[in-house]
Write a protein that binds this ligand. Structure first.
Ligand SMILES: Cc1ncc(COP(=O)(O)O)c(C=O)c1O
Length: 391
């Protein structure tokens, strides 16, 4: 007799690991150059500076206790300062809420802002972590396209004019995951204006904003309206192991998130948050550190795009990467990248097919490649292998 167990909650029915994800497990093979991962480079993470911050934090016992649900106060103070500079206004402590990475902010906000069946607008292609959070909250998801200037706000305006009434619009405003693009200044203003006219929340999901290569990203969408909840994170600039993300949101939103966070995990780690506070407050050090990460990632991004253009030529359209961690490439010759993946893996290279980020199907001609963890020579090799799989 096969073992049985009581049922799981119905809301899990639609949440399954995709076939592509399962295939990508094969990329753990040592001989595959995996551009699929999406991880920051551990070699660039500041181990010694973090060790010094950990030692200082452990020189007393204050960080060994539970802390307040909205976060360890010294970190919230540092974040209020940082965000005041970003948003060009004085951000109050009551507007700052520290989360277990910005992913937890997405999950808690989905529960705080969405009743079952509420409408959420996302970009297509979308950040899958946000989709997961919104789907778990039983939201109805509709999409607007992404072009070289980010979310197409004209399409959003048309949806709204047609009667759609979203509770939330989610945008990855800087160096999009997976699309690589950045929302233009003019569209930022337009998105903020629409949020106020139609009364919806914008979640501005911004873990990549500081990783610009040539010039800084425009002022955040959140600098144009208080309807915008801004998410940011230490994951890509320091280390994801800290699990330190934060939101800037109106106080009633923070208080509601606090109630849910108490049910989820009571509070974050005071120790990790003190380490984050120490390194984020050390502005001269942080500036040098982030400059270095930017420089290395910028060189790698250029090497990957150059290799794609020279080896694969006009069979593929590759956007220039101006920041972040990803290059989005679209084949123009009818290549089906889902079908290509087993051959690419056999040739020793992996990528994430665009269909993994498609909300309603599509993007079988596109792929996301992450350039962060390989030097130019290895990226060249990866593209050679891709070219041989293409035949
Ligand atoms: C757009 C976006 N938002 C949020 C996250 C979550 O990051 P973290 O929870 O490490 O802050 C990621 C991670 O890749 C991301 O790409």
């Amino acid at each position: 007799m096969s073992p049985t167990h009581p049922p799981l909650a119905g809301r899990l029915d639609g949440l399954r690991s995709s076939a592509i994800r399962d295939l990508l497990k094969l990329t753990a093979r040592g001989d595959v150059v995996s551009l699929a991962g999406g991880l920051p480079d551990v070699e660039l993470m500041p181990r010694e500076r973090l060790a010094a911050a950990a030692e200082a934090a452990l020189s007393h016992n204050r960080c060994l206790q539970y802390t307040e649900s909205p976060g360890w106060m010294p970190l919230r103070e540092v974040l209020a300062d940082r965000e005041s500079t970003r948003l060009r206004r004085s951000v109050e402590l009551g507007e700052i809420f520290v989360t277990h990475g910005s992913q937890q902010a997405l999950s808690l906000l989905a529960d705080v802002l969405l009743d079952p069946g509420a409408l959420v607008v996302v970009e297509d292609p979308a950040y899958v972590g946000a989709l997961q959070a919104f789907r778990t909250a039983d939201a109805r998801i509709v999409t607007v396209p992404l072009d070289a200037e980010g979310m197409c706000t004209d399409d959003l305006a048309a949806l709204l004019a047609g009667g759609a009434r979203p509770a939330v619009v989610h945008t990855v405003s800087n160096f999009h995951n997976p699309g690589g693009v950045t929302l233009s200044s003019q569209r930022r203003r337009e998105l903020a204006r629409l949020a106020e006219e139609y009364g919806f929340w914008v979640i501005e999901d911004d873990p990549y904003g500081e990783l610009w290569f040539d010039s800084p990203a425009p002022a955040p969408v959140a600098s144009h309206s208080r309807n915008v909840i801004r998410l940011s994170s230490a994951s890509k600039i320091v280390s994801p192991s800290l699990r330190v993300g934060w939101m800037v949101a109106p106080e009633p939103v923070c208080r509601a998130v606090e109630l849910l966070k108490q049910g989820a995990d009571l509070c974050g780690s005071a120790l990790a948050q003190q380490i984050a506070a120490d390194v984020l407050a050390d502005v001269p050090w942080l500036t040098d550190h982030v400059d270095h990460v930017r420089e290395v990632y910028g060189e790698r991004a250029k090497a990957l795009v150059h290799a794609m253009r020279t080896r694969i030529g006009d069979r593929v359209h590759c956007r220039d990467a101006s920041g972040g961690m990803f290059v989005w490439a679209q084949f123009t010759d009818g290549t089906d990248v889902d079908r290509l993946l087993p051959e690419a893996l056999a040739a020793g290279v992996a990528y994430v097919p665009g269909s993994a980020f498609a909300v309603g199907g599509g993007y079988r001609d596109s792929m996301r490649m992450c350039f962060t963890t390989f030097d130019a020579a290895t990226l060249d090799l990866a593209v050679d292998r891709l070219a041989s799989a293409l035949g």
